[in-house]
Design a protein around this ligand. Sequence first.
Ligand code: HEC
Ligand code: HEC
Ligand code: HEC
Length: 191
Amino acid sequence: MPTPKLKTLVIAAFALILSSPFDGVAADMDPAPADWPSFDYQRKPGEFKRNKYGIVDPSPDVVSLQQLPVDTYGFVDWTKAIKDTIIAPRESISGKPPALGPEDSEKFSGDILIRSKMKFMPDVIFPHSAHTEWLKCSTCHPRIFKKKAGATPITMTGIWNGQFCGRCHDKVAFPTRNCFKCHSVPRSTSK
Ligand code: HEC
Ligand code: HEC
Ligand code: HEC
């Protein structure tokens, strides 16, 4: 039976051993090394990354935010990050392809012009290609948007209340305070 003093010491040492490796990683996480594309992203979820000798490789395999492109507003430009193959998102967290319905096999990559209802705002371009890179058709059609240009009565207040584009923007996609990333084209004069 250890004396109380020794017991404290043992517990303290134990706590140190437990916390130190995690502290190290969180506190001074280096940017991913320059050769990051050769990282093994294929390991199974929950498994350690191992080097070629089979030893656990503790280096971070995240792409440092510093290496991601930013848009003119200073936010990460995810569309460019994909285009420039800086990131290659997986199909799903488990790595298994998601379940697709027949409606998801349809192809469409057109830009949709959504005309502004108010004179002082530029028109909106909705780019399909930037979205279908991440999302399947049935994420949006028909529940959020009808599959016909102009058929959905989109309003800005609705967006700010989390409807329409606001289902994602302000939540998981770039924030709506980037007005002109959506309101990106001069108002069309032919109405
Ligand atoms: C995620 C894309 C997106 C962003 C970001 C965005 N809007 Fe909109 N906005 C739309 C769409 C789509 C419409 C509907 C078409 C229209 O009327 O222009 C709209 C409509 C509007 C309208 C017309 C009135 C109405 O309620 O429909 C105003 C005014 C407006 N937006 C202002 C803004 C301002 C100001 C910002 C930035 C603070 C902003 N928007 C950011 C997509 C966006
Ligand atoms: C992020 C949401 C989103 C996703 C994902 C999406 N769409 Fe759309 N789609 C829209 C919006 C917004 C409109 C325009 C609605 C409006 O103007 O009322 C639209 C319109 C359309 C239109 C009508 C075009 C026209 O000129 O009338 C077609 C066709 C279409 N989408 C097909 C697809 C297909 C096929 C896919 C999958 C490959 C897809 N969409 C994925 C949001 C989306
Ligand atoms: C189901 C989710 C979802 C909905 C609904 C949605 N978006 Fe997006 N949008 C995304 C994601 C994800 C991205 C890519 C990540 C980012 O840029 O933040 C994106 C990116 C964009 C971009 C940037 C494209 C580029 O080339 O950089 C624009 C513009 C845009 N969305 C406009 C809209 C407009 C306008 C609407 C509504 C008509 C809308 N989005 C509805 C998820 C959505």
